[in-house]
Every structure is written in structure tokens, then in C-alpha cells.
Design a protein. Structure first.
Length: 461
């Protein structure tokens, strides 16, 4: 007799093997990395912006699953929507009908960017970017895409071609014919456009790597330049969209910016069902899908599935009803203001930047001799180790989960769930202040851990 599948029983029986299973069957470097930095925790449950371990200890999430958990974990409205859509037993993904949920979600998404007309639904941020690249090339009849230095747009081949981080690109050539220009450099953009072969510029209004914001007025000026040369502006809002920066889209912080294509994903999922969306102008879609013969020229097997569409609709409903964007702006301002006040207090802290609940905390070379010698030791082994030294005690001592903003960067990026409140923000600032105080006073545990990181960095060379 076949044993009935019991998920709860399976987790109870095998859940303790999680790190061993990953080491044996998945990315074997993941558990190794987590154990090296002391992040090999076992979280038992989660709700909102918090995790709990088996002992009932509370952890504050300032990472949000790399910005996927915009509403935190297990929001009741999104949970109910998914239960409802499963219980409805819809005839989903027949591929030979036009179900209502994709149209309703497209309509709602477009209401936040009324200059755009149509939506393509895929399953991830990198798919949304791939779609934008393909559509821009086909609509303009040109092949070359411009992207900004230090950009991150995904890791599939097309999106990797517009990824500004060499460590991700290394070993995967040849990629597509694309060209990097510095973020904010209009002269460099103009030089490339004069060559006459550029289809589009793709840009993150706030770059995830390092948390660098496009200079005021840059996006509008870039848009005008692109349009004069019959090229398109693609806004990658996969991480910055849906309220992250205190506006629904980050490009909306600049007046008059109306991208031709906009990529969204991450928070639209509610943290449950992967979904990506590429929003665009009608004429672009009309060119791509120019006849019935081309009806499937670009598609995704699981795109527009009912569960993803229901999650997206629920997320947008919660964002409106609970004023999520306003909360991100207000709590983000408080968090950034309190952190910025520490820059003059601690010589290892050089900058606090960002918008809304997307904040970068940058560290730099101190002036005092004792701290400078320790800083130099870390930098000689591997750039970015000091930021990791801050991330670890935040988790180990204060039970706050954060991340370094990119490889070889001395920047911590805060991208918490957009539902965090002022108490959460103050909890982070108080903990961060203690960690910085410890670092400046030569706290043994922190610098001893730095020595461990140095040994590991040298061993990995």
C-alpha cells in the first residue's frame, strides 16, 4: 500500500538534515559559506519582519529575502488569496483561453504607471529583464544595449550581458553585444548613442550593488537623449519597485521620467509564488506581436498562472489598504536620519545613503593609527571583510539579519520588509551603534573574528 504524502511528518523526520542535504545535492558552497561566517542558523517559523528559532529567540529581518518579502512573511491577505485560488479549482494554464486574473493584475499594475499600456508576465526578475531586452531589440531593429557600471540585472545569459559585475560574468562568455556606461554620465551615453546601433539603456534608478542612486535629473536627461536617437529607456525596478524607495517606482522620484519598458518582480510575489512582469508601451508590443503568426514569439510556460496572479493582486490590495508606500518612506527617513547622525561619531563609518527602505551603510579607512593598521590588514586579505565583520555580530549578538551589498564592497545594504515599524528601525540603529562602538574601542571578539575571515580569504586564493 502506498504511503500517503505527509509534508509535516517529512519535515519533522528530515528537517534537521537541512545543511547536509544542501551540501550533498545542491550548491555545496552555500552551507560552507554559512558555517564560515556563523550564519548556519535554524529558523523554525516566521511572521512579518521577524523569525524565531527553536528556543523562541526573535530575529529581525533587514534583508527581506533579497527584497522579495515586501509585505513580510505570511501576510494573511496574501495567504487567503492563495487558499481561495487553490480552492476555486480553476482551469489554469490551458493556453487556449484568456483567464481573467492576468488581465486584472495587468490593469492594476498599469494604473501605477499610466504612460504604459501592456504587460508580459513571466516568473522572475531576470525573465522580466530578458523580455525587455528582446522587446527593445525587436522594436528598434537594433542589437546593442547600454547598461551602467556596477549594475545587476540578473544572471541568465541576456541579463548577465548587462550585468556590471565582472565576477558574475567571468567564465560565461561570449555574451550579447552590450556596453557599459557610468551611472550618471550623460556624455558617455551620448557618445554611444551617436554610433546609431543602440536599442536601449537599461538602468536601476537605485543600484542594488552599493546602493548608488542615479543623480537628480539623470534619468530624464537620459530619456530625452535616448528618444532623440530613437532608442528606449528600460527601468529595472525588480528590487526598487512596489514602494521600496518611498514611491511606487523609484523612477518616479524624478519628474517627467516615463520609461518605455519597466521590469518588476520580487515583492509582487508576496513571497509565495514567483512572478515577474515587463510593462511597456503599446507600440512596442504591437511590433513584437505583429501578427497571429507571432502570437507565441515570446512566452513563458508558467507565466500568468493563477496562483501568481492572485498573489500579485493581493499584494497590490494590501499596499493600498495598509499604505505600505507611505510607511516605507516614513520609516526609511527615520532609519536613514538616525544612521546618518553616526557618521561624524565613528571614523570607520563614511556614508549613509539611499531612499525609503533601501539604505546603504558604507565603511572606509579610519584616521587613527590603531584602527588604520587593523583596517589595512583586512583590506590586504580581501576588500569587504570589515562590512562582513559588522554583519556577523549584528546576527550573533543582536539577532538582526543583514547583508553585505556586494562582493568586495565595504557596504551593508538594508532592504527590510516594507512593513517594519519605528520600533524595528530603532532596534537596528541601537544594535548597529553597539557594534560600531565595539569596533572603535578595539572589541576583541569582533576583531578576532576579522582574523578568522582573513585566514579564510587567504586560504581561498
Amino acid at each position: 500500500m502506498t504511503k500517503e504524502f505527509d509534508l509535516a511528518a517529512l519535515l519533522a523526520e528530515r528537517g534537521a538534515e537541512r545543511y547536509e542535504l544542501h551540501a550533498k545535492y545542491l550548491n555545496h558552497q552555500q552551507p560552507r559559506m554559512l558555517r564560515t561566517i556563523g550564519f548556519d542558523k535554524v529558523y523554525e517559523r516566521a511572521e512579518g519582519a521577524h523569525f524565531w528559532d527553536a528556543d523562541g529567540n526573535d530575529y529581525l529581518d533587514m534583508l527581506a529575502g533579497f527584497a522579495v518579502m515586501g509585505l513580510g512573511r505570511h501576510h494573511p491577505v496574501v495567504r487567503k488569496a492563495l487558499h481561495d485560488v487553490l480552492d476555486a479549482s480553476l482551469a489554469d494554464l490551458t493556453r487556449f483561453d484568456c483567464p481573467p486574473l492576468p488581465g486584472l493584475l495587468a490593469e492594476k499594475l498599469l494604473s501605477y504607471s499610466p504612460h504604459l499600456d501592456r504587460v508580459f508576465f513571466g516568473n522572475s526578475g531576470t525573465e522580466a529583464v530578458e523580455t525587455a531586452l528582446k522587446f527593445a531589440r525587436y522594436a528598434t531593429g537594433r542589437q546593442r544595449i547600454l547598461y551602467c557600471s556596477h549594475a545587476f540585472h540578473g544572471l541568465t545569459t541576456g541579463s548577465l550581458s548587462v550585468n556590471g559585475e565582472d565576477s558574475f560574468r567571468k567564465g560565461f562568455a561570449p555574451l550579447l553585444p552590450d556596453t557599459a556606461v557610468p551611472l550618471g554620465d550623460l556624455d558617455a551615453l551620448a557618445r554611444e548613442l551617436k554610433k546609431g546601433d543602440v536599442a536601449a539603456l537599461i538602468v536601476e534608478p537605485v543600484q542594488g550593488k552599493g546602493v548608488h542612486e542615479a543623480p537628480p535629473g539623470y534619468l530624464r536627461a537620459a530619456q530625452d537623449l535616448l528618444h532623440r536617437h530613437k532608442a528606449l529607456l528600460i527601468a529595472d525596478e525588480v528590487q526598487t519597485g512596489l514602494g521600496r524607495t518611498g514611491k511606487f517606482y523609484a523612477y518616479q522620484h524624478d519628474d517627467g521620467v516615463e520609461p518605455d519598458l519597466v521590469c518588476v518582480a520580487k515583492a509582487l510575489s508576496g513571497g509565495y509564488v514567483p512572478v515577474g512582469a515587463t510593462l511597456g508601451k503599446d507600440w512596442i508590443f504591437q511590433k513584437v506581436y505583429s501578427s497571429m503568426d507571432r502570437v507565441q514569439v515570446h512566452s513563458a510556460s508558467f507565466g500568468s498562472n493563477a496562483q501568481a496572479m492572485a498573489a500579485g493582486l493581493a499584494v497590490l490590495s494590501v499596499m493600498e489598504n495598509e499604505e505600505i508606500v507611505a510607511n516605507a518612506a516614513a520609516v526609511g527617513d527615520r532609519l536613514k536620519t538616525r544612521l546618518a547622525a553616526l557618521v561624524d561619531r565613528y571614523e570607520l563609518l563614511v556614508d549613509v545613503r539611499g531612499r525609503g527602505l533601501m539604505i546603504g551603510i558604507e565603511f572606509g579607512r579610519p584616521s587613527s593609527l590603531k584602527l588604520r593598521s587593523r583596517w589595512t590588514m583586512l583590506q590586504a586579505a580581501r576588500k569587504g571583510l570589515f562590512a562582513q565583520m559588522v554583519v556577523v555580530p549584528l546576527l550573533q549578538r543582536h539577532r538582526i539579519l543583514t547583508q553585505v551589498s556586494g562582493d568586495h564592497l565595504e557596504v551593508i545594504k538594508l532592504i527590510p520588509p516594507l512593513i517594519i515599524d519605528t520600533d524595528d528601525a530603532d532596534r537596528f540603529v541601537d544594535a548597529f551603534t553597539e557594534v560600531m562602538e565595539d569596533a572603535h574601542n578595539g572589541g576583541g571578539l569582533m576583531w578576532d573574528f576579522g582574523k578568522t575571515l582573513v585566514k579564510q580569504a587567504v586560504a581561498n586564493r
